[in-house]
Write a protein that binds this ligand. Structure first.
Ligand SMILES: Cc1ncc(COP(=O)(O)O)c(C=O)c1O
Length: 314
């Protein structure tokens, strides 16, 4: 038996977890998703992911058909059914099945699924050595096209930049906005450190407001580093003392070269190292427990699963 997948109110084996070829998530990338991480029996910032999931859905006028609390329970229960304490979780809501036209009104019911599996984006050695990255010729979507704050199923903008990274022989590419400001990477947020200040671009430029990004901003401030959202250019990247990326899958990873320019002395910097260490400590204690001890409630999902058994059928 393979993985147990949540799909539209049922838990099914991965071989049975199928969606229609008429699903607009597939036909048009019409839908939203979240990538979430569980560490040592806790789901990191589940509440923040669920909130962003519903905000993305609201922006594209997609009714997920369940309240946030129930979606949080779906995530927890999928992990439980797979016996997973450490996992990468993919939560998806598509517009659902429609006809071959793109009108969302033809899709009466969303498709909602949750996959819990494993992921290791980069080997541990790269967290020690840091990454080489390039800036992409492909620009980030402007805010009045598909705002990158919407975590939509339409990732072609990122895929195009990823192809550029692949062709350049590096693992990631940094998008600039149409005005030339640094925004984010294909699947991560970007930070620089300059004269002790920890800086990341503001989300109004059109970038995903990463859950990891926000956690690292909070962590930096707590550790006494001035942590700010500020607009900066490629030049600022090249002359930064340090650079790193954040994301649910990558966690926090140093960058040591951008477009062939070494960052700082070409090695992961001291602030990056401290933040990475502290982030790893935070990740294992933050968030609701997947298997709470008897009698305890789950912070992100206070209503008991027993009460919902009727809705979450196997
Ligand atoms: C385009 C993009 N930017 C940034 C991020 C990082 O966001 P988070 O830390 O919430 O995973 C992701 C990953 O989900 C992403 O796909």
């Amino acid at each position: 038996m393979g993985l147990i997948i949540y799909l539209d109110g049922r838990f099914v084996d991965e071989d049975e977890a199928r969606v229609s070829v008429f699903d607009h998530g597939l036909l048009y990338g019409d839908g939203v998703f979240e990538g979430i991480r569980a560490y040592e029996g806790r789901i990191f910032r589940l509440q923040a992911h669920i909130e962003r999931f519903f905000e993305s859905a609201k922006s594209i006028m997609l009714d997920i058909g369940m309240p946030p609390q129930e979606v949080a329970e779906v995530v927890l229960e999928t992990l439980r059914r797979n016996g997973l304490r450490d996992a990468y979780i993919r939560l998806v809501a598509t517009r659902g099945r429609g006809d071959l036209g793109l009108d969302p009104r033809k899709c009466p019911k969303p498709t909602v699924f949750c996959i819990t599996a494993q992921i290791q984006l980069y080997p541990e050695s790269l967290y020690e050595q840091g990454l080489d990255v390039v800036t992409a010729a492909t620009q980030r979507n402007t805010v009045n096209t598909v705002n990158a704050r919407i975590k939509s199923l339409n990732y072609l903008n990122s895929v195009l930049a990823k192809i550029e990274a692949n062709l350049a022989g590096v693992p990631e590419a940094i998008f600039l906005s149409s005005e030339g400001y640094v925004t984010e990477c294909t699947g991560d947020n970007v930070f620089i450190v300059k004269k002790g200040r920890v800086i990341t671009p503001p989300s109004y430029l059109g970038l995903l407001e990463g859950v990891t990004r926000n956690a690292v901003l909070e962590l930096a401030a707590k550790l006494g580093y001035p942590a700010v959202e500020a607009v900066f250019t490629r030049h600022d990247l090249y002359i930064a003392d340090e650079c790193f990326l954040t994301g649910t899958a990558a966690e926090m990873i140093p960058v040591v070269k951008v477009d062939g320019r070494p960052i700082g002395d070409g090695k992961p910097g001291p602030v990056t190292r401290v933040l990475l260490q502290e982030f790893r400590k935070l990740a294992v204690v933050d968030g609701p427990e997947i298997f709470p001890a008897k009698g305890e409630t789950v912070a992100a999902a206070p209503r008991s699963l027993e009460a919902r058994k009727g809705r979450l059928k196997k």
